[in-house]
Design a protein around this ligand. Sequence first.
Ligand SMILES: Cc1ncc(COP(=O)(O)O)c(C=O)c1O
Length: 403
Amino acid sequence: MHQNIETKFNNLKERNLSIDITRGKPDRSQLDLSNELIDISIPSISEDGIDLRNYGEPFGIKEARKLGAELLDAPIENILAGEQSSLLLTYQTVLSNFLFAEPTPWKDLKNPKFICPVPGFDRHFMMLDDFGIEAVGIPLNEDGIDLDAFKNLLQNDDNFVGILCVPKHSNPSGEIYSDTNLEKMFEIGSDYSDKFLFLFDHAYLIHDFLPTPEQKPLWEVAVKMNVQNQTVITTSFSKVTFGGGGISFIATAGHSLELIKKVRTTMIICPDKLNQKRHVEFFKNAESVKKHMQKHAELVRPKFEIAYSHLEKLPKECGTFSRPTGGYFITYSTTKPIATKVVELCKELGVLITPAGSTFPNNYDPNDSVIRLAPTYVSKDELEDAMEVFTTSIQIAHFDIKV
Ligand SMILES: Cc1ncc(COP(=O)(O)O)c(C=O)c1O
């Protein structure tokens, strides 16, 4: 068997492949679904008479905010429609608290810390690092964060200012937080402090490609638990229409809403209202956004199926893999501490994978076992090759075969 794997490795090497599956991006056919947006003709005046070509409406045009309100199931007065990036809104939320949180801006705290479920999104860690905020990892279970670990951390340290998580199709391991998990999180966090921030990056809110467990609207759960002033939810159309070319939305209330408005007022006079209007004209309502997402699902699902078909052939002893029902990533967890080695071997064979460790704070995976795969962007043929390379590299590293 080892001989076969070695031969496969050498054959793959001779093919001089060059495939990049590092980032979760839509492929061309997914982008084509929204081509109409490029040429769509729109009125230059908004529903309530605002000239879309000029400055004004710093928090987004009413019709875009209405669409955001429908998608996030929150009242329009709690919604801002921003530029094309939800990550920017998340960053601005952290910035606003860093500069202006009351009673003490985070910049004036000795050692502000955030809780981050791991594995997580590398840019979240980078963001917190920019502010000198320590990201402390807690494990994720199938139904959300490990509540005991959450409670334990909070009991033993009063430096935490918030938690940052992806509550649906979590990047990269695909968990869907249950309503109960969220309620408990809100309860524990708000008991800890009425200023503790629940920051949700809802990047994969409507990105199911297989039947997915129902999740109550996050805003509804936050209101039920009376933590809406401590809750910030962001999302965007980056993986609905165009990567980096959609609209972003934020839902929040009370002091958190005032803080984000405050920093945004200094930073930007208004978002691109024409692009907001273009999106509203294209979609009209949340129902049609969801229908559009079904077309994405048809294109994305086969890519995941290709990846699963290869991963299923790996000997069970090598590791386990996630089987998300939405989102953009698969996580492979190796049994042995070989993630770094596997990524290196893939690179040697011409396949780029997200660096091992990057789904953990400080790029440090204590078990060196988590590997993030992003199957959507490449063609099906390229994906077949990339998965062949990946599964071969796993076996080379796991069985310590010399190549
Ligand atoms: C969890 C998560 N949040 C945010 C983003 C980026 O979103 P946006 O383009 O709206 O900034 C991504 C993109 O990969 C993501 O995976």
